[in-house]
Design a protein around this ligand. Structure first.
Ligand code: DLL
Length: 443
């Protein structure tokens, strides 16, 4: 079973559009009458709520951006009084005050449903033990995965992020079937397993459900080998619901993640003009929530860069999205070239001498921006070479790897970067949550 809700996950595209449009009309009506921000938005732009008849009319509505959440802090975007809500979550913003999101009981039911679908698509089955290493608290990851796993009928170990020793002890003692955490924390776990020489046959892990930050095939390969799992991508954001907006199917790995379209209507738009882009083109992901009650959002500008497309001969009718290349506001512009750190990560994929532990350091000496890629030598190679000599980092193999990476980056990205190969352990690790891979020293 990898379809949790076969009926809705395989609804014909025509029926899906009908359902989406019906739901949209209802949400537009509620938002116009209950949320002053949306009434004002419609009135200022002369949009008659009744003129939004189907998802094809969405383009008439301006985007809702993060500022709207900040300006309406804490509760002014809610359609209901706070005392009728069942739960609040927050996501940390760049400024002092967090972004606040609210859920009714029914919203939590929807949240659990989309996470249950996601876990099923990831390979999880009722009865499996899920070690939930996403953070519990204001972050939507921990509790979001927890409720979805319970809904699917799994046993949940709510261990939260961090405490690597304990994670590994319980993983062995309880024979966890599934781990969910950030991809960078999965790397930390894989690395500790290797360091402690824990035999993979002592573990029972089968699947890893990774998300909350961008990651690429290079990390997938290391996590899958290091933990002995099939690793899939789970995507989401607090404003839309939390994790479970989209999910990769474990049998269609690498071809993108299904967006649960009956709840979240996706668009891709040009990041400069906001114009809708055709399927397959990369731009900003925009979502309209079709079912959420407490805080529905119309055309929410996620700032995440991806593409959406229909994949042929697949299990579901829902549209897929590519992995997130990065957030528009995290994109570096280096000597006129747009750069996401995931592009450097992708270049690392085939260079077996190097690990997936890397960091980009951006500097400016007053004339030009420079990017330095700091990346660790692969740990077992380091061990092997250090038996031969103390000068591992000047070994021929390292010089070859360095030149290989430099050339790959130049060819694929079009930028010359300085490459520094370090010993294992020199680059910061995830201690349980999201990892920042960029150190921008220009500011
Ligand atoms: O990170 C929700 C989540 C929890 C998703 C657990 C998956 C797993 P926020 O803290 O609000 O919510 O951060 C949302 O994280 O806009 C993306 O930039 C990034 N993000 C989330 N999932 C992925 C992913 C959670 N799979 C922001 N790939 C989003 C890339 C992701 N980026």
């Amino acid at each position: 079973m990898s379809l949790f809700n076969k009926e809705l996950e395989t609804l014909s595209v025509e029926k899906l559009r009908q359902l989406q449009s019906e739901r949209l009309r209802e949400k537009v009506n509620i938002l116009y009458h209950k949320v002053p921000f949306y009434k004002k938005l419609f009135d200022i732009h002369n949009i008659e709520p009744g003129s939004i008849k189907s998802v094809r009319d969405l383009y008439k509505i301006p985007f809702t951006k993060k500022d709207a959440l900040r300006d309406n802090y804490p509760f002014d975007l809610f359609t209901l009084p706070r005392n009728q809500l069942a739960r609040l979550h927050c996501s940390s913003g760049t400024t002092g005050k967090p972004i606040v999101v609210g859920y009714t009981k029914n919203d939590i039911e929807i949240f659990s449903e989309v996470v249950a679908r996601s876990l099923a698509a990831a390979g999880c089955k009722p009865g499996m033990l899920l070690q939930n290493a996403y953070g519990y608290g204001l972050f939507t990851g921990g509790i979001g995965l927890h409720y979805g796993a319970e809904k699917l009928g799994m046993t949940v170990l709510p261990i939260s992020g961090g405490g690597t020793e304990k994670q590994l002890m319980l993983m062995q003692d309880f024979q966890s079937d599934v781990i969910c955490c950030t991809p960078s924390y999965a790397l930390t776990l894989a690395e500790e397993i290797k360091k402690k020489k824990i035999d993979l046959s002592k573990l029972n892990l089968k699947y890893a459900v990774l998300g909350a930050e961008p990651w690429t095939e290079s990390i997938r390969a290391q996590v899958e080998a290091g933990l002995g799992v099939i690793a899939t991508n789970i995507y989401g954001l607090s404003e839309i619901i939390g994790p479970g907006v989209s999910q990769e199917d474990f049998e269609e790995k690498g071809s993108g993640s299904y967006i649960w379209e009956d709840h979240f209507y996706p668009e891709i738009v040009d990041k400069n003009t906001g114009e809708p882009l055709p399927y397959g083109e990369q731009g900003v992901l925009v979502f309209t929530t079709l079912t959420k009650e407490a805080m529905p959002l119309l055309r929410y500008w996620t700032n995440d860069i991806a593409s959406i497309y229909y994949d042929k001969s697949v299990k579901r009718t829902h549209i897929k999205m590519s992995p997130i290349a990065g957030r528009a506001d995290d994109m570096l512009i280096i000597r006129g070239v747009n750069l996401f750190h995931t592009q450097v990560e992708a270049a690392l994929e085939h260079i077996t001498e190097l690990s997936a532990n890397y960091q980009l350091v951006v500097t400016n000496d007053g004339t030009m921006d420079e990017v330095e890629v700091r990346v660790e030598v692969e740990a077992s190679l380091y061990e092997q070479l250090s038996k031969e000599s103390n000068e591992v980092l000047s070994h021929d193999k390292m010089v070859f790897a360095l030149n290989h990476l430099k050339k790959k980056i130049k060819d694929d990205i079009g930028l010359s970067m300085k490459i520094v190969i370090t010993i294992p352990g020199a680059i910061p690790r995830s201690e349980g949550g999201k990892l920042n891979r960029i150190s921008d020293l220009r500011k």
